[in-house]
Design a protein around this ligand. Structure first.
Ligand code: NAD
Length: 361
């Protein structure tokens, strides 16, 4: 199979973890006889430096032409004082919108071999296996009007949480379908006791539930969900929620997996007329400037994102499963980076990538 993939390493640890994901993709492609056609592009802070824009037109064109995009991470402290429109993160929002990838799938699993890496008690995290479906192209991050202005002589700030019915329907429908393929339990997270936005979300969730009688739907308020994720994580199967809530809850859920460096993600939309899924695949973590360039970054989230790409965008389920099994082997071997608190000397980013390739064989 021909795999046309755009690689956007981005900033900070982005290039380090992406290199290892590419190493694994090259290894798997060689083993299974796939033709890997990789193109590089600029996104985030590095794109601002080289082109003046966090999401250059060239990157947009390449992303639309590729079958799938693998992204590292964007962001750098040097841009921290700039308004959102001039920051690297604007590039991230731009590419998600350009590809219309409205559903961000974030699996969180407590692997047996890493239970001690979680700060939570083993008996709480053991068996946790959650899929968080985050709405990705609407809500507060995109809503207009927005901005800081003077009103009655005082600085006043506005952000708007805007959703159309169709945007809510499509992500909820995708979450119901994903729940059907798992343990058939969907938790819809909102703040319906305060926000009209959530009231419409909840109403639509109840309507769509009628199309999926085999899936049990439960509604949980976001503040309670944040608590229950830590108290009884095994009670969740699929969680679906809007953009901001999903962003926060999935970072919180990373403690179940031992480290944010373990969490892959797949962002997908509706299939193209050709039937292909042009997804965007990226680790959940950011550019981690505190450890960038130190060979400490855990590449497993990026490698897991590459596996998700093979699965969703190319339908290469066996290859994806082989990568995931190899990741498990490496975790069990203890050859993991410092964030997972290994008993021996921590492995470097590159050592983990090479170990995954070796485990694939
Ligand atoms: P972060 O995820 O970059 O880092 C949070 C903590 O987790 C840090 O201590 C970091 O060292 C650690 N960490 C993250 N990834 C790791 C990995 N693979 N291995 C080991 N440890 C890891 O979040 P932050 O510090 O809040 O943000 C840093 C920058 O990244 C900011 O500019 C932010 O806007 C940006 N950001 C980008 C994305 C993205 O590109 N998708 C997501 C979140 C944050």
């Amino acid at each position: 199979m021909k795999l046309n993939i755009l690689v956007l390493p981005g900033d900070g640890i982005g290039p380090e973890v992406t290199s290892e994901a590419v190493r694994v993709l090259e290894h798997v492609s060689a083993k299974w006889g796939h033709e890997l056609n990789l193109t590089d592009g600029l996104l985030g802070g590095i794109a601002i430096h080289k082109t003046g824009s966090p999401f250059p037109a060239d990157t947009r064109e390449k992303a639309l032409a590729a079958d799938a995009t693998l992204l590292g991470a964007v962001g750098s402290p040097e841009f921290d004082d700039l308004p959102p429109a001039q920051r690297p993160e604007k590039g991230l929002l731009g590419i998600r919108k350009a590809l219309d990838v409205f559903a961000n799938l974030r699996p969180v699993q407590a692997f047996e071999s890493l239970l001690d890496s979680s700060p939570l008690k083993n008996e709480i995290v053991r068996g946790a296996d959650i899929l968080i479906v985050r709405e990705l192209t609407g809500g507060l991050y995109f809503g207009q009007p927005r901005g800081i202005e003077m009103v009655d002589g005082e600085e006043t700030v506005t952000n708007s949480m805007v959703y159309k019915r169709s945007e809510i329907e499509r992500v909820l429908r995708m979450a119901f379908k994903l729940a059907q393929g798992r343990r058939k339990h969907l938790t819809s997270v909102d703040k319906a006791n305060v926000l009209e936005n959530s009231q419409l979300w909840r109403k639509i969730a109840n309507e769509i539930a009628l199309e999926f009688p085999d899936v049990k739907l439960e509604h949980v308020l976001v503040d309670n969900c944040a608590m229950q994720l830590i108290l009884r994580p095994t009670s969740f199967d699929v969680i679906v929620t809007e953009n901001l809530f999903g962003d926060i809850l999935s970072d919180e859920a990373s403690v179940l997996a031992g480290s944010i460096g373990m969490l892959p993600s797949a962002s997908i939309g509706d299939p193209l007329p050709s039937g292909a899924w042009r997804g965007l695949y990226e680790p959940v973590h950011g550019s981690a400037p505190d450890i960038a360039g130190q060979k400490k970054a855990n590449p497993l989230a990026a490698i897991g994102s590459a596996a998700a790409m093979l699965n969703y965008s190319f339908g290469l389920k066996e290859e994806a499963a082989e990568i995931e099994a190899a990741m498990q082997t490496v975790m069990t071997s203890g050859k993991v980076t410092a964030d997972l608190r290994p008993k021996g000397t921590p492995a470097t980013t590159e050592e983990v990538g090479k170990a995954v390739c070796a485990a694939i064989g």
